[in-house]
Design a protein. Structure first.
Length: 353
């Protein structure tokens, strides 16, 4: 049965800031609502917009948050926990960089930072339930990504060990989400151990097919990896519970390709673009998702190396709205419908009684 995709919605993380109207939940949701968005994905780590500790403990606070959004004609689509999930698993090569995502009190202490991140993830499950949400978007983190390209050759069993450890860390978190009736939709993203279909399958197998391990579908990361992002939907649609509408382009030349030669974003062969300015086939994506019954939100995640973010936000709402398919109950030529008389069917086929 075709699915009715909800939207347009917008991920607030890329727009939140210290200046109005981007520095408070009330102001930024009013801004989003005035642009025509019907939903907002809230970054759970951004204290300017959301108090995760209070949300985990207080339904009254969550009702207040939902009320602020409703007053501005938007709903909360999901809580995003990407920066928190990232810190569940960090290879030591990235320790100094990822310390910036955690409180200064745990800087330089990877074990304390991980413990803090796990606690935040658990709180996000409670907060999601208090908000009446069934999905939260996140990252898996990474233990193996520095060993992505096998030179020198990886020791036998290294990747298996990494995924076993990753699953060990995530299983109790996912069990906690299950207890609260919430899926964790992992964004498959280079830099994470789970970045494509093959690695998602490895992760899922290590988790014994945990039902709360799902996918936040983002085609931009697949285009930059030169994957079949439409076929991906056909393969994994049963696990897709969230959707980032994000554009990208890949223009390889004689100097660089997928790895983009350490160039800044502006000069990369593969780069993120504002909606409609890249190469992603969104008509195909919305058709595939609707065909497979996806009924979640279509959420703009804006990142572009050229266009101003506010322009991208203005253009994003009508772009998504124009791509959402108002699904029909039946195909136009499905005139029969309903139940038929078995005797009549036999007669039509020339079968004697």
């Amino acid at each position: 049965m075709p699915g009715a995709i909800k939207g347009p919605a917008i991920f607030l993380a890329q727009f939140a800031g210290d200046e109005a109207p981007f520095n408070s939940l009330g102001a930024i949701t009013k801004w989003a609502g005035n642009l025509g968005y019907e939903g907002v994905q809230i970054p759970a780590w951004d204290a300017r917009l959301f108090d995760l500790d209070r949300a985990a403990e207080s339904r009254d606070y969550c009702d207040e948050v939902a009320g602020i959004c409703a007053d501005n004609n938007v709903q909360i689509t999901e809580l995003a926990t990407h920066l928190l999930g990232q810190l569940v698993a960090v290879h030591p090569a990235y320790d100094s960089q990822f310390d910036a995502f955690a409180p200064k009190s745990v800087a330089g202490n990877p074990a304390a930072r991980q413990q803090w991140a796990v606690d935040q993830m658990l709180k996000a499950a409670k907060a999601s339930r208090n908000l009446g949400l069934g999905v939260s978007a996140s990252f898996t983190g990474s233990l193996a990504f520095p060993f992505l390209y096998p030179w020198p050759q990886r020791p036998a069993g290294l990747i298996d060990e990494a995924f076993a450890e990753l699953a060990k860390r995530w299983r109790p978190i996912l069990d906690h989400y299950d207890a609260h009736g919430v899926d964790v939709a992992f964004e498959l993203h280079p830099g994470e151990d789970v970045f494509d279909g093959a690695t998602f399958e490895m992760f899922l197998e290590a988790l014994d097919d945990h039902k709360r391990c799902t996918i936040n579908y983002d085609p931009s990361h697949f285009l930059l990896q030169q994957m079949d992002y439409l076929g991906f939907i056909d393969l994994y649609h049963e696990r897709i519970t969230a959707f980032h509408v994000k554009d990208a382009e890949f223009n390889p030349d004689a100097r660089q390709g997928v790895y983009s030669g350490y160039q800044p974003w502006l000069n990369r062969a593969g780069r993120f673009r504002s909606l409609g300015d890249g190469q992603v086939d969104f008509r195909g994506i919305f058709s595939r998702l609707a065909t497979h019954g996806y009924e979640g939100w279509a959420v703009l995640e804006w990142e572009c190396c050229l266009k101003h973010p506010e322009t991208g936000a203005v253009e994003g709402a009508p772009f998504i709205r124009d791509h959402i398919i108002h699904v029909t109950d039946k195909a136009f030529d499905d005139f029969a419908g309903g139940d038929s008389d078995p005797v009549e069917l036999k007669s039509m086929l020339g079968i004697s009684q």
